[in-house]
Design a protein around this ligand. Structure first.
Ligand code: GDP
Ligand code: ZN
Length: 354
């Protein structure tokens, strides 16, 4: 059931102290106009000039999920978005050089990281999703979709637990009627959630179940799990019980950005604290506890590789990190030189003893 929009107490309070302005929630972005859900209905909105003057960059503009105050449109025209309330969480990616951060969605409490049990199953991708979620400030949950297609579901769950310790795992299937209720129960009154995951994993199907209607077009369910590709609207829907849920695009569209890798790769982070150098890059430096754990089989090579790959991606995106990497390389070089000199010294000494 698509429910009427609801507004948080802080938004109602803000509206109360701004006579003439109405409370609204951004449900979709269409480039330079926005869809605003208000008490009286859904309106097309544009932004007041002051918004872009007061704040810089794309984060100054409304995002799906934003809580706003708007002025009614004149003569049935577009409403004017005058204020954006401070965001309680923010999904964003970094644009090209000099572009700064690009917002994706705001004010999410929970993100459902959807991954299907067939071809889409990828622990490496899950790690990326987790990193994004932790960075946004929203609580992540893993949704294993299409469990009907899993050959060994318990094994998949163990694998997920391995990369996402302590994160709730919800199992759903269109063939297990009611399994979508796990999401329904996780989204508490007053919360806004988002479905995150690759195209085709079954996000729209879940959303439809939660809405109890065909809110978005889904292909028919095929036993091989290969549905036709449906596009993601990144739209916010209101659910009964003062809740809201958003469909979001796949990770490729989101990009990686300044995410908290330490939280996702806790075991590497823990090991890293025992490395000789505080900012060891675990790439061949002396006294590296990570390399030691790898050699002793306490750490999987795959896990370390995906960590290093993400670190490199981050470093590429982040100039400061690039500087840090450069310093690390310098130090490794010095250490290498040092060892060579030491060998020379030992050799020289050895000769002296002959
Ligand atoms: P989205 O792109 O993530 O929104 O994915 P959709 O919800 O559009 O689903 C993609 C395809 O997978 C469609 O053909 C669905 O019918 C199918 N599908 C969705 N859920 C399940 C499921 O639990 N099991 C199986 N076998 N197929 C499913
Ligand atoms: Zn190290």
């Amino acid at each position: 059931m698509r429910a009427a929009p609801w507004f948080s107490p802080r938004l109602l309070e803000a509206a109360g102290s701004h006579p003439g302005l109405l409370p609204g929630r951004i449900t979709a972005c269409h480039g330079s106009s926005w869809q605003v859900a208000g008490e009286e209905g859904s309106f097309l909105g544009e932004v007041a000039g002051k918004l872009t003057r007061e704040r810089e960059g794309s984060l100054a503009l409304p995002l799906t999920g934003d809580e706003v105050l708007f002025a009614p449109g004149e003569g049935g025209g577009a409403v004017r978005i005058e204020e954006i309330l401070p965001r309680t969480s923010l999904f964003h990616r970094r644009g090209g050089e000099g572009e700064g951060r690009q917002g994706i969605a705001a004010n999410l409490d929970k993100v459902f990281l959807c991954m299907s049990c067939n071809r889409d199953f990828s622990l490496r991708r899950l790690e990326r999703y987790l990193a994004l979620a932790y960075d946004s400030g929203a609580e992540p949950l893993v949704v294993l979709t299409k469990t009907d297609l899993a050959e060994d579901l318990p094994a998949l769950i163990r694998e997920v637990e391995g990369v996402a310790p302590g994160v709730p795992i919800l199992e759903t299937s269109a063939f297990a009627p009611g399994s979508w209720r796990l999401l329904d129960e996780a989204l508490k009154p007053g919360m806004t959630g988002a479905l995150l995951g690759s195209s085709g994993v079954g996000k729209s199907t879940l959303l439809n179940c939660l809405l109890g209607e065909e809110a978005m077009s889904t292909g028919t369910i095929r036993e091989d799990g290969r549905g036709r590709h449906t596009t993601s609207a990144r739209e916010l829907f209101f659910l009964p019980g003062r809740r809201a849920l958003m469909d979001t695009p796949g990770l490729r569209a989101l990009g990686m950005d300044g995410v908290d890798l330490d939280q996702v790769f806790q075991e590497i982070h823990e090991l890293g604290r025992q490395c000789r150098y505080r900012d060891c890059s675990h790439q061949g430096e002396p006294g590296c506890a990570v390399a030691e754990a790898l050699a002793e089989g306490r750490l999987s090579r795959e896990r370390l590789e995906s960590y290093l790959k993400l670190v490199q991606e981050e470093a590429y995106l982040d100039l400061d990190s690039r500087e840090i990497l450069r310093k690390k390389q310098e130090r490794m070089y010095k250490d290498f030189q040092g060892k060579r000199n030491a060998r020379k010294f030992v050799k020289g000494k050895g000769k002296g003893h002959e």
